[in-house]
Design a protein around this ligand. Structure first.
Ligand SMILES: [Zn+2]
Ligand SMILES: [Zn+2]
Length: 385
């Protein structure tokens, strides 16, 4: 599908001022914001498109390039930024992580109302969800663990208990908007409703802000939490700690903290769902003669495995119930041993002689090779004929 023209996406014509582009973008973004469009499945896509368009058109250099070359100017990845916000912490969910910084930048007024639920009347706002990436090793994923994580977040201010007002004083109704959080302005034929510039939509102002938090009702702080990591987690498992995210604004409810698990590769075991795979090298002689070997198990123990006589490289043996536990109870997975027959190296002269002698003695030792060569011979014969 052809990409829509950026100006068209924002609903402005080419040549309008930067201010008008910004205004059009703000309008679009408000209309399309997911909090207001839970019933419109296309809103997020459209919002992303508007964001991408604005990302280019707000930047004089990018805009000039776009005006000249169109979308071709950004092929090769310099246009929109698909996955902003690197690092351990960011807003929860794809949408928020990709765009929250843009919102913070431009929509502080609007975002301040998120989750308030009262059409701008509400003074409190829910805190942001936080994401914490936790890398653990396979042994810990097997056994489960208790882990203390330190999260830089904001917590309710202890001095004003979240109200944002200094000792004893109360927040007052905003005089500009009478507590509505919005003001109306006549613009041509239309009455436009805007977020109140005095109180930023909160509906209240604080005349005497709390000195500890400058009126926000929350302060930046590191928080230590003990997290229970259940046995059986895997990369991508999310653990939600309700109410442990950022504190709300002015006494609003806290967001949630999501622990995202990332299980590191193990040097001995490969994981596939609940099953584990372990590649075990065996000597050529052991593979030919058969015998017992000891293999490690993920619980730190060992199991004896019988290698049948004449085992070939790649042969698999199953150890039932020696895999990973299921996250929500149920049966443990299996462990598969895969034999890797090792060709001997660093031969002494005597070993060399013995191997030559061994090779000359045998006619039926290598049925696979014999079959292969007779198949090859047949192939060549058929090509001649
Ligand atoms: Zn305070
Ligand atoms: Zn106001």
């Amino acid at each position: 599908m052809a990409k829509r023209d950026y100006y068209e996406t924002l609903g402005v014509s080419k040549g309008v001022s930067a201010d008008e582009i910004k205004k059009a973008y703000r309008q679009k973004a408000k209309e399309l914001h997911p909090d207001r469009n839970s019933d419109n499945p296309n809103a997020e896509e459209q919002f992303k498109a508007a964001n991408e368009a604005y990302d280019v058109l707000k930047d004089a250099d990018k805009k000039a390039a776009y005006d000249r070359y169109g979308h071709a100017a950004f092929e090769g990845g310099m246009g929109a930024r698909p996955g902003g916000g690197a690092g351990g912490f960011r807003g929860q969910g794809d949408f928020a992580s990709a765009f929250s910084d843009v919102f913070d930048d431009l929509f502080g007024d609007f975002m301040g109302q998120r989750g308030g639920g009262g059409g701008g009347r509400s003074r409190a706002a829910r805190g942001n969800d936080l994401r914490y990436n936790l890398r653990i090793n396979l042994e810990d994923a097997f056994a489960g663990m208790q882990k203390t994580v330190t999260v830089p977040t904001s917590v309710t201010c202890g001095k004003c208990l979240g109200s944002g007002a200094s000792d004893g004083s109360e927040p007052a109704t905003c005089p500009t908007c009478s507590g509505m959080g919005k003001v109306r302005a006549q613009q041509g034929f239309f009455t436009v409703e805007r977020t109140c510039p005095t109180c930023n939509g909160i509906g209240q102002i604080i005349k005497d802000p709390c000195r500890a938090c400058q009126g926000a009702g929350r302060v930046e702080k590191e928080k230590s939490l003990s997290v229970n990591i259940p046995a059986g987690v895997e990369t991508g498992t999310r653990i939600r700690l309700a109410g442990e995210g950022e504190a709300g604004l002015r006494g609003g409810p806290s967001g949630d903290l999501y622990i995202f698990i990332d299980v590191a590769e193990h040097q001995l075991f490969k994981r596939d769902g609940h099953d584990l795979y372990c590649r075990v090298p065996v000597s050529m002689a052991a593979a030919a003669l058969g015998g017992d070997i000891e293999v490690p198990t993920i619980d730190g123990g060992k199991s004896r495995v019988k290698i049948p006589e004449g085992s070939q490289s790649g042969r698999q043996m199953r150890l039932r119930g020696k895999g990973m536990p299921a996250l929500r109870g149920g049966q443990r997975g299996d462990m598969f041993i895969e034999l890797a027959v090792e060709t001997p190296v660093n031969l002494t002269a005597r070993q060399r002689d013995l191997l030559k002698e061994f090779d000359e003695l045998g006619e039926k030792n290598n049925p696979q090779s014999s079959n292969f060569f007779s198949a090859v011979k047949g192939f060549w014969d058929s090509m001649k004929g």
